[in-house]
Design a protein around this ligand. Structure first.
Ligand code: ATP
Ligand code: MG
Length: 263
């Protein structure tokens, strides 16, 4: 079984994840406005691009030019990768306006979006995909379709049709630290990272918590981080000790013999 990890590029976090994310799975990065979701998505793709991988960024609320501009504010040259065709930025807004589908189309056709995305990913041999944000894709003008059903359907479609490792940004209003309730997409995803911005001593403190990470031993913790030019999200150096999972040493069954008695 391939257990090679896919690094996120977030300094400090990959140690905690024993190298990174598990490949071919979908992870959520959730948080309120301005908490760093888009930065985390760009960082995740850039980490692959700098290692010679191919990547796709699906932008839903911002135009591709705005994504490139945000990257520039971090001193990241995504344009270079777009030019050399190792990065494709797909603008999902046509799916909302009906331009991409039949005339008068109002509903977001999730099957269509994912089949188009899967086509792109296969043609360019992409290994990483970011969708930023996925939350608007859950809503449908058809009142008979439940938001929760759409969320589940979307993540299942991604898992079934994409062979890439996927980081999905989810808009989540800040909840109390004591509220562990999760929405359906959090249950379906392989891992959930929550970003927060909380007032602390008259300033704002950014924190990252790993709410869930299937297949990885992580202690629940709220870890302070900063957003830094050139590096993006960086966990404050403190307790990011990797949690070492002891490989169980398989002992063959041994026949037990009683010690010989000296006569
Ligand atoms: N070079 C930088 N150094 C420090 N902070 C930066 C830098 N560049 C951008 N930022 C900040 O990073 C913050 C996070 O932005 P980001 O776009 O990743 O958040 P977001 O969660 O995607 O927000 P939204 O929900 O509005 O899309 C912004 O407030 C921005 O000011
Ligand atoms: Mg954003």
């Amino acid at each position: 079984m391939d257990t090679k990890r896919v690094p996120t590029g977030i300094i400090g976090l990959d140690d905690i994840f024993q190298g990174g994310l598990l490949p071919n799975r979908s992870y959520l990065v959730g948080g309120d406005a301005g908490t760093g979701k888009t930065t985390a998505c760009m960082q995740f793709l850039l980490t692959g691009l700098t290692q010679g991988e191919k990547a796709i960024f699906v932008t839903v609320d911002e135009r591709p030019a705005e994504i490139l501009q945000s990257a520039t504010s971090l001193n990241w040259d995504l344009q270079k990768y777009v030019q050399e065709k190792s990065l494709v930025i797909l603008d999902a807004s046509p799916y909302f306006s009906g331009r991409a589908g039949a005339a008068g189309e109002k509903n977001v056709d999730l099957t269509r979006i994912i089949s188009d995305l899967s086509g792109y990913a296969k043609r360019m041999n992409a290994t990483r995909v970011a969708i930023d944000p996925i939350t608007p894709l859950f809503f449908s003008s058809d009142s008979t379709v439940h938001v929760q059903e759409n969320a589940r359907l979307l993540i299942h479609l991604i898992q079934a049709h994409l062979t890439t490792t996927n980081l999905l940004a989810a808009q989540m209003p800040s909840r109390s630290n004591h509220d562990p309730t999760g929405s359906i997409e959090e249950f379906v995803a392989s891992g959930v990272i929550i970003l927060k911005l909380a007032p602390s001593n008259g300033q704002f403190q950014r924190t990252l918590s790993i709410k869930k990470m299937r297949g990885t031993a992580v202690q629940p913790a709220e870890l302070p981080f900063r957003i830094v030019t050139d590096k993006g999200l960086v966990l404050d150096a403190q307790d990011h000790q990797p949690i070492v999972v002891q490989e169980s040493v398989v002992q063959p069954l041994e026949f037990f013999e009683l010690p010989k008695q000296n006569k």
